[in-house]
Write a protein that binds this ligand. Sequence first.
Ligand SMILES: Nc1ncnc2c1ncn2[C@@H]1O[C@H](COP(=O)(O)OP(=O)(O)OP(=O)(O)O)[C@@H](O)[C@H]1O
Ligand SMILES: [Mg+2]
Length: 405
Amino acid sequence: MNAPGTNTTGSHATGTGAGTGTGTGAGTGVGVGGVPRQRSPGSGEAYVTIAGVSKRFGSALAVDNVSLEVRKGEIFCLLGGSGCGKTTLLRMLAGFEEPSAGSITIDGQDMAGIPPYERPVNMMFQSYALFPHMTVAGNVAFGLEQERLPRPEIDRRVAEILAIVRLGDYAKRKPHQLSGGQRQRVALARALAKRPKLLLLDEPLGALDRKLREHTQFELISIQEQLGVTFVVVTHDQEEAMTLATRVGVMNRGQIVQVGTPREIYEFPQTRFVADFIGSVNLFEGRLAEDEPGYVRVVCAELPAPVLVDHGVSAPPQAACWAAVRPEKIEMSRQRPAASDNWAHGKVHDIAYMGDMSIYVVRLDSGRDVRVTLTNRTRKPEEQFTWEDEVYLSWDASSPVVGLG
Ligand SMILES: Nc1ncnc2c1ncn2[C@@H]1O[C@H](COP(=O)(O)OP(=O)(O)OP(=O)(O)O)[C@@H](O)[C@H]1O
Ligand SMILES: [Mg+2]
C-alpha cells in the first residue's frame, strides 16, 4: 500500500536517527557490520576545562559563560544550530581567539596568552583547504616540514598516518584526483600528523554524502581508539553527534544548555529546547493536575486523557508545564486502550514510507497532529494502517518527559 513515492510528510525522520548506529554492546569499538557499538564516556579525568568562558564581538555575545569539561580520550561533540557559537568556542580552544572572560585549561595548563602553535592542539577548519599543487603525502607532510623534523621521520609518520586513514595507495595523487571523502581524509591525516593530544574538528564531515559520512564517522571512531587522541567535534547534525560522541554538549545562543551521553540527551532532555532540537518529539502544553513523589498527571487541552508520568517533578499544583512523547514510543491500534491515562484518538492524516519504518501523522479529535513512527515488521496488508484509518494512540508512563514552563 504505502508505496515508495507516496512519501508526503517530507524529509527524513530525525527522531529515529538517534538510535541508529549505537548498538547495545558495552565497551568500545566498531562492531559488526561497521556499526559502532555504544561507547562508554568513561570517567576519565578532565583534559580540557572551560570555566565561565564568554566571547564578545562588539556588542554581540557569541559565547555566553560556558563551563565544560572534556575528558581525556573522549569524542566530545558540540551540537547546535547555525550561529550558536560552536566555531567561536573551538577557536578559543585552539588559541585563535582570546576569551573576553573566563579561563581555558588544557592538560593542567592555563592557556591564557599561549599562542596556537604552543598548544597541544590542532584544528581542522570548517572549510579545510588542501594545497592543490601538492600530492597527498606532501599535504600531510606540510606541518611536519614546518617543524623541521628530519626527512626519514617525516616519511615514516606520513606513511603511518596515511595507513590509518586508509590512503596508503593514494600518497602520490593530487587532491583533484581524489573523491570528496578521500580529500576529507587527507585533511584529517594532515591534522593528525602532528600528533596533537587534542584535535578540534569543525564540521569535519560536512562535505560528504550520507553513506560516506557514516563510513567516515566509523573511521573517526576507530582512529580515535587507535591513537587515543581527545576529540572535540563541532556539528550541527544531530545524527552525527549521536553516532560519534561519547558525550554531547548542546549549544543554543552561545550557551551550553545540556551535556550528556547521546542517550541522556535524547531520552532525558532537561529543557523544552533540547527536547525539541534533538530528534522529533510531540510536545503538549498542559498543567500539573496531580503531583505525587512517584508520579504526576498532566492535563493537556489537546489530549482526551491525562498524561501519566512515572516520576515526580517538584512544582506547585496547577503549574504550567509541557509533556513530550517521542514518535517511536507511541503505539497505534484500532482498539481503544484499557487504561484511562496516556491515550488519544484520531485519524491517520499522512504517511511517509521510509523503507525500514513509516512515519504516521495522526490528526487527533482536538485537531492536533501527532507524529508516530512504526517499524515495518511485516508486509501483511491487514496489519498496515492507511490514510483515514481511525486509530488509538497510547504510550507507557515511562515514556513522557515533563518539564516546567
Ligand atoms: N569575528 C567575528 N566578528 C563578529 N562576529 C562574529 C565573528 N565570528 C563570529 N561572529 C558571530 O558570532 C556568532 C557565533 O558564530 P560562530 O561562527 O561561532 O557560529 P557557529 O555555531 O559555528 O555557526 P555555523 O554552524 O553556522 O558554523 C554569530 O552570530 C557570528 O555572526
Ligand atoms: Mg561554525
